[in-house]
Design a protein around this ligand. Sequence first.
Ligand code: DGJ
Length: 684
Amino acid sequence: MIEKTYYWILETNHCAYAFGVNNAGILENTYWGKRLESRIDYPDLPESNGWASFNGPTQVLQEEYPVYGGMCYHEPCLKITFEDGVRDIVLEFESEKTTNNELIISLRDLHYPLKVNLHYQTHSEYDLIERWVELVNLGKETITIERVFSALWHFPVGGEYFLSHLTGRWNDEFNLVREPLTPGVKVLESRRITSSHHHNPWFVIDDGKCTENNGNVWFGALAWSGNWKLTAEVTNFNTTRLGIGINDWDFVWQLKEGEKLSSPHAICGFSDKGHGEASRLLHNYIRDELVPHKKQIHKVLYNSWEATSFDVNESSQASLAKIAAEMGVELFVVDDGWFHHRTNDKAGLGDWWPDAEKFPHGLTPLVKKVNNLGMDFGLWIEPEMVNPDSDLYRKHPDWILHYPTRQPTLARNQMILNMARPDVQDYVLSKIDLLLSENNIAFIKWDMNRNVSEPGWPTAPGDQREIWVRYVEGLYKVWGDLRKNHPDVIWQSCSGGGGRADLGILNFADQIWVSDNTHAIDRLRIQYGFSQVFPASTMESWVTDADRGKIPLAFRFHVSMCGSLGVGGNLLQWSQAEIKEASLLISRYKKIRPVIQFGNQYRMSNYSMQYMSKDAEKGVLFVFQTDNYSNNSPIKIHLLGLNPELKYKVEGLLEILSGSEWMSRELTFPLLMYKSVLLEIAAC
Ligand code: DGJ
């Protein structure tokens, strides 16, 4: 029995999270929701009781960090085998430590030398709480970790909840799904060594009464770029809980004497203002706290991939660069195809130096031409990969993930380098470091074009199944070192589009290439899903030749202007009229991009989007007609995020009205199919 009462209330500007040690010494959650007026308003810790002989106390109560032990039948956060074969964890509260905005609760196993530190960090102004867990082996015997989740959350007892999540596949990422949770466990995960196109490590739980702009939502995301798992469970006691962490699929970690293992960080929040506000809280945090270049405007870029594919050489790129510069592009990016023997996707990956035939004098002459045209130069790389037909693979066939007794499965004719190996890390670091040192490169697109197979590591120092974590740690190390050595370079994370879009990679990359699907209508849906988690500034979006001739250039530009604008069409085939129109749209984008990239984003019907500057002085509205108008009514929207007290002018409309009046008026847009509207909003 605990003598003293331990109860912690973590408060941010508008929300709060509370838990304590109950009468049986178990850490129990009591509250997650709106910040209450006074600390005495938070609920007391319920008594700890069991339920007949079929369920122990921890089945019934809201355990803060449930572990596998005793009568545990629900999804636990921690599963361990001790050296003597015991697979039962019994934690008791040991100590608390508070520093600035961080609380650390230390738990200790009653018998074994295992310490579990639960970390909570509040981000008050973002209304977010960051959580992670550290396991420490204080003994001599190895402890085998089989599952470690970063956090688990409980939702108010008795409610019926809906889970929103993002699902998809290559070329069709970020489809938003909202579904009711029913008794049992709903699992979302990645087993692919990246966070994946298929599910994203993000969730929103709502209580069924919620809309885009109103109602209670609890949300979170895992900052991890490898295998992850989310379990959303409705118990037979009608309680709902959700845990997230490293995927325990094929995972084992040997925690040796004195060692520590830290879980990835999870970020979570609550809002009573619906899904839209939940996204904006994450956007603010990602944009202002997470990404490397926080306040930097994203330049309008051109990317050569869809124009020249592997047919990259100095003259093809120089001709594209000339037109791009005329149009007002600020950053010219050479995509795949520039390096040693890369004439198609069968060769070259791993050999990161310019191809001698395509670039006889190296990249420098092209970089100079691009710079002389007034643009920055950017380059594509795919450092984690190797083709069988490469100097690197011929020299180091053992560097790939593989089992010696199995034929490696090729995907896009390539294999994955084992980023957990220090020699592989050194190689990748040295090659990319050299490229960046020898050339004036301002931007790198870091791609990864396949998922895992044969995840073997024959020479692993410990259990091979540690690969899932050690691979990601190796990736973070190399990328982190490159960032340190070249702090001004802007990085884009790409994995065949949005296969590695997560809060982990955004510690290193400022942008994400959201999808290889650049069809404007598909893209609207994909971007809508992406915006649930990520701010517009991180969303790279190109205008390409997809649907050229079918969908007007302005519509396609407006879609891409909803994020960081890029162009990816074959400019050599664009007419003078198209180039002129594109120039005007690019110059318009440059004017409004501070609001788009750094403002608050509001989602509306038919994928319409509104952005307001933080001071609510300036805004931008995009309206899209994606359907045949004859079958549909005009698009109707209400403006959002204006200051009710200020007066505003909305472009093209005569009246000057108060923010409050504009927000209550229904605006009607009778648009024909594939017509779009861009309107600026200004306080006056
Ligand atoms: C996949 C990316 O998503 C594309 O944009 C392009 O970079 C190709 N890889 C190049 O191989």
